[in-house]
Structures are given as structure tokens and as C-alpha cells.
Design a protein around this ligand. Structure first.
Ligand code: NAD
Length: 337
């Protein structure tokens, strides 16, 4: 069964490629390598011991879809490709509305034209903002986005939901990711930020590796046990497995004419920034140099997932520990040196 993965050379897409292959699917990658390296393809071939079918094409170009869909009978699509830097989205919102929203509209149009019925979309827990209740369930309201990037995720979810409801045969799932970290246990693929990392773990590992200055902990006066902000950190391979489960769930909706739902994909555990630092030091034996800084605007205090719905409906839960995630992130960083 051929599954198109847009953005399949990226951090989450590459790990999902491996899981899909292991689950008996035939993944096909479309990526323009704007935020990834073509070297990832070679690494995937090493991990999977098989050639990778990939296209160096842009998802904003209608010809991309015609070419790929005419060459392969595609059963489903996992749509990862997007721009994802929150700060850049504030400075250059049109890039984000084009690359994230316009491309998703084009993708839906092309799915209809080529009669492709199953879609899994990469959404984010940012849609919840700072929820009133924790852990945050899927019933929590979507809040006004604080960045154009966050807004693109909300808009795409709405566009996909509306399109599904208006269709007689489109089935779609949005997965609301919490904070993916870690890397494949082979240390052949992992997160490859271009420039200074915006996320905690790659900054931390680059700092420990001597590539950056001290890690900056933004905010020590949050109303949390140690004053630093709390997030739900999930191993990227667990997150990748959720995509295979979501696809299988879509494919099992044989009687439904159309289907749309959305799921939290996290561990259900909240961990503070300072707890991450201490866990990293304990599990790797490496010292983390860090500085305590004021809060950063736009950051929320705490968010972690209620995971009952994904467990009950998708039969998915995360399996890997925080320690395993940190060990794998460090092994990946060392492999890059
Ligand atoms: N990493 C996170 O923390 C996180 C959290 C929540 C949601 N997400 C979402 O998950 C998805 C994947 O994230 P990621 O961390 O793997 O990002 P990533 O940047 O590593 O991967 C995205 C891939 O898409 C490709 N791409 C971008 N624009 C393209 C275009 N126009 N045509 C073809 N390819 C294009 C990039 O080259 C890259 O390989 C994104 O939609 C992101 O918004 C990520």
C-alpha cells in the first residue's frame, strides 16, 4: 500500500518513514529539502536496507502531485511538509500562510482530483494555547493563536475538517503533537536544526557538545514546582508509531462515508525545563551549563496531554521513557560531531 509522506526527509517524517516500512506500508517521500538534507535518504536506506523512493519536489507546485500520483497508486497521505519556526512566522507570515495553508488546500484539491481518500495531518498542541485544565483533553477549546505558525495549524485543521464534512469519501485525522524529542536508536537520523535551534533539546545537546554557549532557561517564576515551564516531551519514534496507527484507523473506516477526528499525541507526563536538565545530566553523565533568564514572550506555563482518546480509539500509547529519549538525543548529537 503506497503512502505519500510530504516532508518525509524531515525530523518526524524520516522516523515515520521507518515505522511505515516496518508496518508493511510502502512509503514514498516528497520533500524539497528546504529544511532537511538529502543525506537523510541514504540513512533511511541504511536503516531499512532497501532503496527509498523519493522526489525532490515542492508541495506548492500542482505538477508535483500529478507526477507522483500518476506514477504511483497512492492509498493515503501523511502531510508533514510545512515551515515550523514560530519566530520566523511572526516576521514573515505570508511565507507561512503559503507554505502551510495554501499547500494544504492544493493537496486536498489534488487528493480529490486523483481520488485519494486518506489523510493524516501534522498538527500541534499549540492549538490549545494555555489550557484552563491539565492534562489537556481534545475537548478543550482551541484558543486564539499567538503566532502565524500556530494559526496555520488551526486553519489547516479547520480546512481539513470542513473538506471532510463536505465530502462523501474523504477520511482524515489531525494529530496534535506535543514536544517530539530523541532520535532513532541507530543514531543515523534525528533532528537537524538549521541555525540556532529553537527547541530545548537540540539547543541543550549542542550546548553540551560545545557548539553553543550555555543553555538559557527562560522563566524561573512560573507557577510550577521549580518555577520553570512544563511540557510533554515525547520520543519521536513513539510519535512516528502514532502515524501508522492513525493510518490503520482510517483504513478501517470502511463503512463511514467520510470521517474526521483529531488526537493528542503525547506521553501524558509534564516535565519542567529544569527537570529535563537534571534528567539529562543523570542519564548521560554529562554536565549541562545553563543560565536562568526572564520569561520569553509567547511562552505558556504548562501543557501536557490527556492521552485517553488516542489510547482508546487509535490503540496507541507512547512506550519510551524520558531517559531513553534523552539518551537517543545525545547519541544523535555525538554522531553528528
Ligand atoms: N517538531 C516539532 O516540535 C513539531 C511540533 C508540532 C507539530 N509539528 C509539525 O510536524 C511537521 C513536521 O515537523 P518536523 O519537526 O519534522 O519539521 P522538519 O522541518 O524537520 O520537516 C519538514 C520537512 O518538510 C520539508 N518541506 C517544507 N516545505 C516544503 C515544501 N514546500 N515542499 C516540499 N517539502 C517541504 C522540509 O524540507 C522538511 O524536510 C510540520 O508540519 C510541523 O509543523 C512539529
Amino acid at each position: 500500500m503506497n503512502i505519500l509522506i510530504t516532508g518525509g526527509a524531515g525530523f518526524i517524517g524520516s522516523h515515520t518513514y521507518v515505522v511505515l516500512k516496518e508496518s508493511g506500508f510502502n512509503p514514498i517521500i516528497v520533500d524539497n529539502f528546504s529544511n532537511s538534507s538529502v543525506q537523510v535518504i541514504k540513512q533511511l536506506e541504511t536503516i531499512c536496507q532497501a532503496p527509498v523512493t523519493y522526489y525532490n519536489l515542492d508541495i506548492n507546485d500542482p505538477k508535483t502531485y500529478d507526477l507522483v500520483f500518476n506514477e504511483h497508486k497512492i492509498t493515503g497521505i501523511i502531510h508533514f511538509a510545512a515551515s515550523k519556526a514560530v519566530g520566523e512566522s511572526v516576521d514573515n507570515p505570508l511565507k507561512y500562510y503559503k507554505n502551510n495553508v495554501a499547500s494544504t488546500i492544493l493537496l486536498l484539491e489534488k487528493m480529490k482530483e486523483h481520488n485519494i481518500k486518506n489523510l493524516v495531518f501534522s498538527s500541534s498542541c499549540t492549538v490549545y494555547g494555555q489550557p484552563d485544565e491539565l492534562p489537556v483533553t481534545e475537548k478543550s477549546p482551541v484558543q486564539v493563536a499567538i503566532s502565524p505558525y500556530g494559526n496555520t495549524k488551526q486553519m489547516c485543521e479547520e480546512i481539513i475538517a470542513d473538506t471532510t464534512h463536505a465530502s462523501t469519501d474523504l477520511k482524515a485525522i489531525s494529530l496534535r503533537y506535543f514536544n517530539p524529542i530523541g532520535a532513532h536508536s541507530s543514531a543515523l537520523i534525528g533532528e537537524l536544526p538549521i541555525g540556532p535551534p529553537a527547541n530545548l533539546i537540540p539547543f541543550l545537546t549542542q550546548s553540551v557538545a560545545g557548539l553553543r554557549g550555555p543553555l538559557q532557561v527562560f522563566g524561573t517564576d512560573y507557577p510550577t514546582p521549580d518555577g520553570s515551564a512544563i511540557r510533554d516531551y515525547i520520543h519521536v519514534c513513539d510519535l512516528a508509531e502514532a502515524h501508522a496507527k492513525a493510518l490503520q484507523h482510517l483504513l478501517s473506516q470502511k463503512d463511514a462515508s467520510s470521517y474526521y477526528d483529531f488526537f493528542n499525541i503525547g506521553t501524558g507526563e509534564g516535565t519542567s525545563v529544569l527537570q529535563i536538565i537534571h534528567a539529562f545530566e543523570k542519564t548521560t553523565g554529562e554536565k549541562v551549563n545553563y543560565e536562568l533568564k526572564p520569561r520569553r514572550s509567547g511562552d505558556i506555563t504548562s501543557v501536557y496531554a490527556a492521552i485517553g482518546k488516542s489510547k482508546d480509539v487509535l490503540a496507541w500509547t507512547s512506550k519510551r521513557s524520558l531517559e531513553k529519549s534523552l539518551q537517543d538525543a545525545w547519541a544523535w548529537q555525538k554522531a553528528l560531531l
